[in-house]
Every structure is written in structure tokens, then in C-alpha cells.
Unconditional design. Structure first.
Length: 262
């Protein structure tokens, strides 16, 4: 499913706390001023730019630390990493049933011009980039709400405020690739095989990073006990196992997981 959004449709879902943090603003009056500027900027570009989402809800099952996605008779393995410290030591595959389940895969982004059309003025360029980042995240929030209530429909009676959404009080989780539960950005290559992200203008670098930079990708898991966690540091045993499950050379796995190695 591909969905295009007007900026004004997703702007209410923006988590402004991250926007203020990016500007390094702690005073309320400064935060109010920059938010007003951001809202004026979004109003000025409303007719020119849009945000985009693509997602699929597919059959899946877990196989050890892998999540196996099944679509059109093809199985795609998404290797997960497991915490080596914790009680219990979690993997996202723990929240997918080993025989039959469902999972959502998604990506969101903005029109690429938001990152390239404002280079003439450094301040406007920074404003455009930070607004774009927030809009990509807000699009994911908006899309995920619609998935839970309608497209997947496992929480049809959900009624949450924007603050409650930001506090993740909904059922299930939306772990993003490149974040602590899914630290390997190169998983985007596997996600792209299923989603075909170019439909919403996303291209991948050699490391799996997305362009436009203001893009988000990840999984949607419905298990009511699912929660976020930090994989943290992994040992050589898990590194070797992960490389085998990803079917990539060990040296490449080390490159992709450098931040998680001792």
C-alpha cells in the first residue's frame, strides 16, 4: 500500500520535543518561537511538497532469531540480533509466533526537494532539513495509527491523543531500522526487496542508509507484550552467526555492526 500525505495532514503528529532538541533549545520562549517559525515554513511549502508512506502487512513466522516474511510464495528472512545482557535477553523474533503470525513492513519519506531546494540560505536549509526529519517520523506515526485501526485492524477501537501516541501507549511496537532494537541499517536491502522503496523516492546507499535522509523504515509488530530494547554489545559468536544468517562475509557484518562490537 502506497499513501501520499499533505504536510498539514501529518503535521499534527509531529513530536516537537525532538525538534527542540535538534535546535538545542531548552527555554520555553525559544521553543515557542522556533515552533512558530517551523509552522509558518510548513504552511509556505504546503502546496509544493508532500510526504509518503509504503507498507505491507504480510504472513510471517519466527525461526530462531530470524523473522521469516512470506509474500507471493516467496520467503524472505530478516535476521534479528539478540541482547547478550538482560533478563530476558530479547530479540524481536521473540514477539513473532514460530508457526504463523503477521507482521508489517514500512518506509516513510518526504519529497527529496525538501533536502535540496533550500541550499541558498543556511538557516532555511537547516529549518527544511529538521522539519523534513520530523515530517518523516510524523508520517510513520500517522500511518501506523491507520494500520492498527483499519488496514491491519487489530486495534479498531483505539482512541489515543497525540501525546499518548508519542508515549507509545498503543498496542504493539514500530521498531525502526538503525535504532537500538534493529541496529543494522543494511536490513533496508531486505526490506526494499519486499517494499520496493523507490515507489516513494527512497534510494539506498552502499551501507543501506536511506536517501532522502528524512526517511524512516522498520517493522510493525502487533504482539501486546512486544517492547523496545537495546541490543547493545554483541560477542564474536553472535557476530559470526549473524553473518551466516545474513549470508554476507564476516568483514561486511563487522562493518554493518561496528557500533555493537566490543
Amino acid at each position: 500500500m502506497k499513501v501520499d500525505y499533505n504536510i498539514s495532514s501529518v503535521a499534527p503528529y509531529i513530536n516537537w520535543a525532538y525538534f527542540y532538541h535538534a535546535w538545542q533549545l531548552k527555554q520555553t520562549d525559544e521553543q515557542l518561537r522556533i515552533r512558530q517559525e517551523a509552522e509558518a515554513f510548513m504552511a509556505s511549502i504546503e502546496a509544493t511538497y508532500r510526504t509518503h508512506a509504503i507498507f505491507k502487512i504480510v504472513d510471517a513466522h519466527s525461526d530462531g532469531d530470524d523473522i521469516v516474511v512470506e509474500l507471493d510464495g516467496k520467503a524472505t528472512r530478516l535476521p534479528m540480533l539478540r541482547q547478550q545482557k538482560g533478563d530476558p535477553c530479547l530479540s524481536l523474533s521473540d514477539f513473532i509466533h514460530p508457526r504463523h503470525d503477521r507482521i508489517g513492513l514500512f518506509a516513510t519519506s518526504v519529497d527529496s526537494g525538501m533536502e535540496s531546494d533550500f541550499n541558498a540560505d543556511p538557516y532555511t536549509k537547516m529549518m527544511a532539513q529538521l522539519v523534513a526529519d520530523r515530517l518523516a517520523e510524523a508520517t510513520a506515526e500517522c500511518m501506523h495509527e491507520a494500520v492498527r485501526k483499519s488496514y491491519w485492524g487489530y486495534a479498531p477501537d483505539e482512541h489515543l491523543t497525540i501525546d499518548q501516541l508519542h508515549q507509545e501507549q498503543f498496542v504493539g511496537i514500530r521498531p525502526a531500522i538503525g535504532y537500538p532494537s534493529l541496529p543494522d541499517a543494511s536490513l533496508n536491502f531486505l526490506l526494499n526487496d519486499v517494499l520496493d522503496m523507490k515507489q516513494i523516492g527512497i534510494r539506498l546507499t552502499d551501507s543501506g542508509a536511506m536517501r532522502p535522509h528524512a526517511s524512516v523504515s522498520g517493522l510493525m509488530i502487533a504482539h501486546p507484550q512486544a517492547r523496545y530494547f537495546n541490543v547493545g554489545v554483541i560477542g564474536n559468536d553472535q557476530l559470526n552467526d549473524y553473518a551466516k544468517r545474513r549470508n554476507i562475509p564476516l568483514a561486511l557484518a563487522k562493518k554493518f555492526l561496528a557500533a555493537n562490537l566490543t
